[in-house]
Each structure stands twice: as C-alpha cells, then as structure tokens.
Design a protein around this ligand. Sequence first.
Ligand code: SF4
Length: 189
Amino acid sequence: MSDQKSGKLLLHACCAPCCGGVIESFLQDNIRPAVFFYNPNIYPRDEYELRKASLLAYIQRLGLSFIDADYDHACWLDAVKGHEQAPERGTRCSLCFDLRLACTARYAYQNGFETFATTNAVSRWKDRSQVHASGLKAAAVYPGLKFLECNWQTPAMQKLINQVSNREKFYRQRYCGCEYSRPENMAQN
Ligand code: SF4
C-alpha cells in the first residue's frame, strides 16, 4: 500500500462510474480528495483490474492522489462467511461495507486525514443508511476522525454522474462486485 496523501479528505472509491460526478462536485468546491481504492470484494481478479484501471486513468488525468490498497479476496470471503446467500442490502453487504470502511478509516487516521467518505452509496440501488452506519462505526474507532455522510442519490448528482461517465467513457460493470452479485448467481437466489 502506498502512503500518498493529499488534502484532508480521503475518498473511498468503488469504481469510476460512481466516482466521477462525486469528485467533480468536490473539485467545484475547491476540495481535492485523495482517492482510496480498497475493494477486495470484487471478483474475479480480471474484473477488479478493469475497474481499477478505469478509475486510475481518470484520477491521473485530474492529478489527484490514488492510494492502491491490497486485493485480498480470501480476507473478504472470510469476513462474509455464513452470509454468502444473503440478498443485496442484507447482512453480507453490511459486512462488506464494514470491512472496506474500517480499512479506509485506519488509513485516514494513520495518514493525517481529518475526514473520509465513500462512493458506496452513490447508486440508487444501495441503502444509504446501511453504508453510512458502516462509515460511522469505522470512524468511531479513531479520535477526531469524521465520516462524511452525503446524499449523492439526488437527481442533480445522478445527472452529473451520468454526464461524467459518458464523457470519460468509463468501464461500466454489470454487477455490484462480489461473486454472489453476478447476474448468473442472482438468478439462483
Ligand atoms: S453485493 Fe456488493 S456490497 Fe453486497 S457484498 Fe457483494 S460486493 Fe459487497
């Protein structure tokens, strides 16, 4: 894991399409977040690399810091053990958000960021309160660290997200990330 640092906001990013509009909105407010990519939930590895490469190219064009955290899918599988067949927005997803945001909070605290946020609740398919519960829990471990609770599911933000995604020709995934969210596995649930 690199120890790059920029500004005071660390943004956990799940993928380029969810990230573009959010980052451009921050830039309009003169906030330059550092982007933290920790997504060991994504399966298979080829899909993980595609999502990371699409986001990294964009972040480099903007000249922002990109922290490439470890890919340890075995660790993620261990974290969701016993909840593999839970539906989306259920217990498996809570454990998934917990793991990713705990790692983000630790990195933020250890590297001098005051605040962190996540793009995990950008999609209107996600339960914002579920994601924010994981963020708040992760932040509570570290004195002074804040989790930024944003509502990016508004029509204006969804429009900006689509505009940036189309303009930048981001890679668009067909499923959330883990093997249990792939279309062929969802059909069996
Ligand atoms: S569906 Fe998405 S949020 Fe839920 S466990 Fe899988 S990768 Fe994580």
